[in-house]
Design a protein around this ligand. Structure first.
Ligand code: PEP
Length: 253
């Protein structure tokens, strides 16, 4: 069975001191997850190294919230895969809807970033999801299907790839998809992966993201194709985040 992942996307929150304090609380409260699942923290770039110093040697791993697809050079404000590895990252979140909306990231950019990640030994967490208007128009699968296929164009191996289905209308809104709504899209994504990659797609983690809390996650993680969560708001308080991890652990029992 695919092990679950609970990843906390801190977005543009927490100074280094605040991030260290939050990571310390999470480590202190973390139950034994060995062999059962994975917990990932995604602080801002400036906070990565400080948080890494707290989590190293623990079962918690580190992700960046973005990455650039060139190796080095005149790209003011950008950050390379090598720099992120150097800061202790195992994962990189790619194509978050806030990056697509505010920074005009395209599916083509996402694909370049996924390729760069994999080439550099970082594992991409690729975000896909439809807007409210797209769901209302009945084109959720069309939109998500294109995002998944374009993100993975030219990628031969899914072994280090995680997908996060994050309906845009559910991010930071308190409106989360019902377990059945989410599962429909997760199953659709799994089928796309199976069509292209065959049986290894069964092992690919597909996370749900969008207003996940400890209260609603138990029913989501119980669904067949939901393998964890990408958590925004509820990852900023250790108690809330640890509560979500507890729901994931209950899935193992
Ligand atoms: C996110 O930012 O990826 C997210 C899912 O945010 P929230 O949990 O706050 O909806």
């Amino acid at each position: 069975m695919t092990t679950w992942m609970v990843a906390g996307n801190w977005k543009m929150n927490n100074t280094a001191a605040e991030g260290v304090a939050l990571a310390q609380e999470i480590i202190a409260g973390l139950p034994d997850i060995a062999g059962r699942g994975e917990v990932v923290l995604a602080p801002s770039f400036t906070v990565l190294r400080s948080v890494y110093d707290v989590i190293k040697g623990s079962p918690v791993t580190l992700a960046s919230q973005n990455i650039f697809f060139e190796d080095k050079g005149a790209y003011t404000g950008e950050i390379s895969a090598a720099m992120l590895r150097d800061a202790g990252c195992t994962y990189a979140i790619i194509g978050h809807s806030e990056r697509r909306k505010y920074f005009h990231e395209t599916d083509g950019n996402v694909n370049l970033k996924v390729k760069k990640c994999l080439a550099a030994g970082l594992k991409p967490i690729i975000c896909v999801g439809e807007t409210d208007e797209e769901r209302e128009a009945g084109i959720t699968e069309f939109v998500v299907g294109i995002q998944v296929k374009k993100a993975l164009a030219g990628i031969n191996d899914l072994a280090h790839v995680t997908i996060a289905y994050e309906p845009v209308w559910a991010i930071g809104t308190g409106k989360n998809a019902t377990p059945v709504e989410a599962e429909e899209v997760h199953e659709f994504i799994r089928n796309i992966l199976s069509d292209v990659y065959g049986s290894p797609a069964v092992e690919t983690r597909i996370l749900y993201g969008g207003s996940v809390t400890a209260d609603n996650f138990g029913e989501l993680i119980a669904m067949k194709d939901i393998n964890g969560a990408l958590v925004g708001g509820a990852s900023l308080k250790s108690g809330n985040f640890l509560g979500i991890i507890s729901r994931a652990l209950e899935r193992n029992t």
